[in-house]
Design a protein around this ligand. Structure first.
Ligand code: GDP
Length: 592
């Protein structure tokens, strides 16, 4: 492959990113992985070798190369695109470092200084995140701290696409210096592309040796400002509180340089950072709002769970009406416990929340993962147009056939009827597909895949229609029939004849008996009629009987006199001279 395109990737890459780099649909990669016995979802990470095998199997003219480790300079920070829009938001700060260097003490010191300044009361419990207000240049400014219990949690946050942490404080004990976990923390922060500030802790201790620490930091390519670099080092003592205000000043200075922003006029999104069950309160989730606004009473979906937010609180227990970006909040009202690392989104209503939860369940558990098209879902829920939609879930054996089935079905759409693919994927039909179909009132189509007996039972219990095909045209024909049935029939009206009213014999609210002369055409029965007075239509009625003299009849001709009875849905106050125009109405089935 002399002319192959070379694409650089890191040691580990998510399936989604690999698809992006290869400019292929993510389902194609997932399908290829599956063929190789690897069940992976879009956010799962695969290693370089696996990626290379997949690229080989796909027969692409592409060569993968290992990306060299990120350059050490802090200026390599990746700017988050979303940070540029909206209003200024508080920085989100994580504290990392070697064990016993004072991470917990520092977080407590920052928080207790706040509590002491605010209302009375000490620190009682360990919390996942908190926000303080720090007076900076005469203005009270908020800073959010994540109390991540270790690198693992931080890594999970880092995995989150939007990357919630803006600044990492690396805590180094001045008497102990840079240690293995310090180096690891530096590596994490760099990989995540976040700004680093060093808190040189335990400055109150006898053995504190800041210069030695700075020397060690420079060996890790963290060159401090006073030595010509751009790393801010603040000397602190979590024990005495000395240096803590300066550290907070520095955080806000860095935040201002970064110009951190987020949109507020959108439905809130963010990350679940902790979740547990509390007696009397049920599932309680701690979450960090990333963008938009979360309001009390909103419907919120997080992973496989949803809530109508019952209580929205700050992490120190104050009740909130709403929360904006970078705010850590406590949310109650979840039906089940969400998981750490779940992304959350505010949705318009409970129905949408349920559908999304069903979609996540499908996503997580199905062997052949079903990709749920959330745009279609949202359109489906919020639709206000007159298009009749046929919701389907499609499972196919391979990506190629899935794509061609979907493309062929899309081509059937008209202005009046449309196919909505609410879910699609490769592999066997699963219980979750049945569940999603039930919730979205969809029909499941299987193309060259199997339907396990238990799923068949599950589907039939839920009255979910599952249709299996091996020939693509037959599948498409079936969908065509469904769409045709949804087409509004063509209405055809045939004028019969006209009666001029000469006498009214009996009138109740819904029944009228009258007599008159047929002035045009032929009156037959049964028929429908318009009651006209001059140019104005005063009622639509249904003819219930015709009489020629005393005898019932089926038809009366032009020039004849007759009696007539009709039924109407509301009272018709007929007067002499009104015209009754009879017609028949036929509805004719249309085809696509
Ligand atoms: P972590 O493992 O990084 O969270 O460290 P901790 O916050 O638990 O602190 C470890 C130990 O160092 C505890 O005994 C703290 O009391 C002590 N410590 C933390 N910060 C300071 C400080 O600034 N000065 C002194 N003298 N001791 C500290």
């Amino acid at each position: 492959m002399a002319n192959a395109t070379v694409i650089e990737i890191e040691d580990m890459i998510t399936v989604g990113t690999l698809a992006e780099k290869l400019m292929l649909p993510v389902t194609r990669i997932i399908g290829e992985l599956m063929k190789n016995g690897v069940m992976a979802t879009v956010n799962e990470r695969i290693d370089f070798d696996t990626a290379q095998i997949i690229v080989g199997e796909l027969g692409l003219d592409v060569e993968l190369a290992r990306k060299p480790e990120a350059a050490p300079a802090i200026s390599t920070r990746v700017k988050r695109p979303d940070n540029n829009k909206g209003v200024t938001r508080p920085p989100v700060v994580a504290v990392m470092g070697h064990v016993d260097h004072g991470k917990t003490s520092l977080l407590d010191a920052i928080r207790s200084a706040q509590v002491a300044r605010g209302e009375a009361g000490g620190i009682t419990q360990h919390i996942s995140a908190y926000q303080i207000t720090h007076n900076y240049n005469g203005v009270g400014r908020a800073i959010t701290f994540l109390d991540t219990p270790g690198h693992e949690a931080f890594a999970a946050i880092r995995e989150h696409g939007a990357l919630l942490t803006d600044i990492v404080i690396i805590v180094v004990a001045a008497d102990d210096g840079v240690k293995p976990q310090t180096i690891e923390a530096i590596r994490f922060a760099r990989k995540a592309g976040v700004r680093i500030i060093v808190a040189m802790n335990k400055m109150d201790k006898e053995g504190a040796n800041p210069d030695r620490v700075k020397q060690q930091l420079s060996e890790q390519d963290l060159l401090v400002e006073e030595w010509g670099g751009d790393i801010v080092v603040v000397e602190v003592s979590a024990k005495t509180g000395k240096g803590v205000p300066e550290l907070l000043d520095m955080l806000l200075l860095v935040a201002d340089v970064e110009d951190l922003k987020a949109e507020v006029d959108l439905p809130g999104t963010g990350l679940i950072i902790e979740a547990h069950v509390e007696q009397g309160r049920g599932p309680v989730a701690h979450a960090l709002v990333e963008s938009g606004t979360v309001n009390r009473g909103d419907f919120i979906v997080a992973g496989g769970s949803y809530a109508k937010i019952r209580n929205l609180e700050s992490t120190d227990g104050k009740s909130l009406e709403k929360a904006t970006p970078s705010t850590p909040v406590v949310i109650t009202g979840f039906k089940t416990l969400p998981e750490f690392g779940d992304e959350f989104t505010v949705v318009a209503n409970e129905k949408l929340a349920r559908i999304q939860v069903a979609a996540v369940a499908t996503d997580k558990k199905s062997g052949g993962r079903t990709e749920v098209n959330s745009n279609e879902l949202i359109r489906m829920i919020n639709r206000n147009n007159k298009i009749e939609e046929f919701n389907i879930i499609i499972k196919a054996d391979v990506q190629g056939s899935l794509t061609s089935v979907i493309d062929s079905l899309k081509a059937l759409d008209t202005d009046e009827v449309a196919v909505r693919v609410v879910g699609s994927g490769i592999g066997t039909i699963t219980e979750n597909d049945a569940h999603l179909a039930h919730t979205t009132n969809a029909v499941i189509y299987g193309f060259n895949v199997s339907l396990p007996a238990n799923i068949r039972q599950h589907a039939s219990r839920d009255k979910v229609s599952v249709r299996m095909y091996k020939i693509i045209y037959e599948l498409i024909d079936d969908v065509k029939v469904e769409l045709t049935e949804r087409l509004a029939p063509e209405i055809h009206e045939t004028d019969l004849g006209r009666l001029i009213v000469r006498g009214i014999f009996n009138t109740t609210k819904n029944e009228v008996i009258c007599g008159g002369e047929v002035t045009k055409g032929k009156l037959t029965f049964p028929a429908l009629a318009r009651v006209m007075r001059g140019d104005e239509k005063i009622a639509d009625v249904e003819i219930t009987g015709l009489k020629r003299g005393p005898a019932e009849t089926k038809e009366v001709f032009e020039g004849e006199m007759c009696g007539m009875s009709f039924h109407s849905t509301s009272r018709v106050d007929l007067v002499e001279g009104d015209r009754i125009e009879l017609f028949t109405r036929e509805s004719i089935k249309r085809s696509l």
